[in-house]
Design a protein around this ligand. Structure first.
Ligand code: G4P
Length: 520
């Protein structure tokens, strides 16, 4: 296969959801139905084995969750699917957001009984920043849930997306008797007793298979969908304005194949990415890639790190020399590709692929790797922290050490670091509580510093800018006690409450407050 064919068959996507909507179960069954694993239950098992094999961070072992997010590659029909893992429970962090910048599409999993929940909304906002196409999977239809039309309205209204049902449930919960597919005009019959399903049949056979009352209701609903919902439009989907909706049950594997088909047929092949000078297109011969995540402490005995890179263009070969944004050149001898059950050294990778490069801290989040061209990918953002804490060393003599350690960890993307413009308290900002624990542990293990965390008077932070220098100066001097600098020296306003933030934003219309900072 040539470069273009290899690139065209790749799909790089993430699954986003609120905890408990069924992301893990869906992941497992996507892998299962595509043949990548043979038994459901292996995604979790994989974590166990991995932990047993190498010395993962202690908290990870104690809590039994994965601190880190990575990627998984599997094939479906002729496609290579790269699934990015976006941790969603307590380990929700900036990494989760940043991982989405490496995706070209996302599956949004919604619990049919709950509708859109807080975390889904947050993640979606990040997807909408780049308008990446979103496929919706309404999960758990083996249980009673909300009215499907109500759900369509909720998605449309709260996310400002057009909604096109691609499939529709015939009954729900213990009345579930099938899934209708609009494009094929077929139904997947489902046995109500055990939710087993059989081969699709033409819609004309529905009347023989579905109980009268459910059939009448279904026929009414299907008619209404045809009348009231927008038809699927590929361009609108690809531009991130329309979401095709699939119904199913990840647990019972219902509707999972429809979703795999959607990934293969609807979601885009590797998309271009902007740099400071030009856009890089997937089919270019030369390798261009960016680092969206650095995972440290895969082995506590070695200070090794794995940098996860998203290939944006070209064909990568093992042993290749790649230039980093810092100007350094590295020779990539042991790149890793992550499969459902194993990780392997890769000899070749193409645009769209996610590979891990072990290193000792040379490769940092946001770095561009390429064959020498002087360009840098832009748009890998920092997100406003949702938890702020002050940190100081137990031994005051270690203040400088601590500062250095924090600077290095913030470069790695573990935390954000804010230095107040008045006073000496360093404040760390994170998106999820677990990041604080990871930080405390790493400072102790790797830097041998005992540090104390204290509540910060602030709870929220935003980057500020203004076209008007004078107003900016005035703002900063009037709000001196709330001002801090991030690690690049950019000005950050710290607020004591969302209310205070809102009040100050309203009072200073000429100051631009941003919850997201793009790295340039
Ligand atoms: P998450 O990764 O999004 O947090 O969700 P996860 O897959 O862990 O699923 C959360 C719970 O929802 C699990 O139940 C899981 O079995 C259940 N679930 C997922 N998909 C479906 C579905 O299609 N139908 C039904 N009925 N349940 C579903 P649990 O009891 O919390 O965990 P477990 O002990 O069963 O693993």
């Amino acid at each position: 296969m040539n470069l273009k064919q290899e690139v065209n068959r790749r799909r790089t996507f993430a699954i986003i959801s609120h905890p408990d909507a069924g992301k893990t179960t869906l992941t497992e069954n996507l892998l299962h139905m595509s043949g990548a694993i043979h038994m459901a239950g292996q995604v979790k098992a994989r974590g166990e084995r991995r932990r047993a094999r190498s010395d993962w961070m202690k908290i990870e072992q104690e809590r039994g969750i994965s601190v880190t997010s990575a990627a998984m590659t599997f094939t479906y029909k002729d496609s290579m699917l790269n699934l990015l893992d976006t941790p969603g429970h307590e380990d929700f962090s900036e990494d989760t957001y940043r991982t989405l910048t490496a995706a070209d599409a996302a599956i949004m999993v919604i619990d049919v009984a709950k509708g859109i929940e807080a975390q889904t909304r947050k993640l979606l906002e990040v997807c909408r920043l780049r308008d990446i196409p979103i496929i919706t999977f309404i999960n758990k239809i083996d249980r009673e849930g909300l009215d499907p039309f109500g759900l369509m309205d909720e998605i449309a209204d709260s996310l400002a997306l057009d909604v096109t049902p691609m499939t529709w449930p015939i009954g729900m919960g213990n009345r579930l008797q099938g899934i209708y597919n609009f494009a094929k005009d077929e139904m997947t019959p489902i046995d109500r007793t055990d939710f087993s399903f059989s081969e699709n049949v033409p819609a004309s056979e529905m009347e023989n298979l579905v109980e009268q009352e459910t059939l009448e209701q279904a026929e009414f609903e299907l008619e209404l969908v045809r009348d009231a919902c927008k038809e699927f439009n590929m361009q609108s989907f690809r531009e991130g304005h329309l979401t095709p909706v699939y119904f199913g049950s990840a647990l019972k594997q219902i509707g999972v194949t429809d979703l795999l088909d959607a990934l293969e047929q609807l979601s885009p092949s590797p998309q271009p990415r902007p740099t400071n000078k030009r856009e890089v297109i997937a089919n270019e011969d030369k390798v261009n890639a960016f680092v969206f995540k650095v995972q440290a402490n895969m082995d506590a005995n070695h200070r090794d790190r794995v940098a996860f890179i998203r290939m944006v263009s070209g064909k990568f070969k093992r042993g290749m020399k790649l230039k980093l944004s810092t100007g350094k050149t590295i020779s990539v001898q042991n790149p890793i590709l992550f499969f459902a059950q194993d990780r392997e050294l890769v000899n070749e990778a193409y645009a769209g692929d996610i590979i891990g490069i072990p290193n000792h801290g040379t490769i940092r989040v946001g770095d561009t790797l390429n064959e020498g061209e002087d360009i840098k990918f832009i748009g890998l953002p920092n997100f406003a922290p949702e938890i702020l804490e002050r940190i100081r060393p137990t031994d005051p003599m270690k203040a400088k050490h601590l500062k250095k350690a924090l600077e290095s960890l913030s470069e790695e993307g573990v935390i954000q670091l804010f230095a107040p413009q008045i006073g000496a308290h360093l404040t760390v900002g994170v998106v999820g509580r677990l990041q604080i624990e990871v930080l405390a542990q790493r400072i102790q293990d790797e830097y041998k510093i005992d540090a104390k965390f204290e509540a910060s008077p602030f709870t929220t932070a935003k980057w500020i800018e203004s076209d008007d220098e004078k107003t900016l100066e005035k703002f900063m001097s009037e709000n001196r006690l709330n001002m801090a600098n991030d690690r690049d020296g950019s000005n950050v306003f710290l607020g004591k409450s969302p209310w205070e933030m809102g009040y100050v934003e309203e009072k200073w219309p000429d100051i631009k407050f941003s919850a997201i900072k793009e790295r340039h």
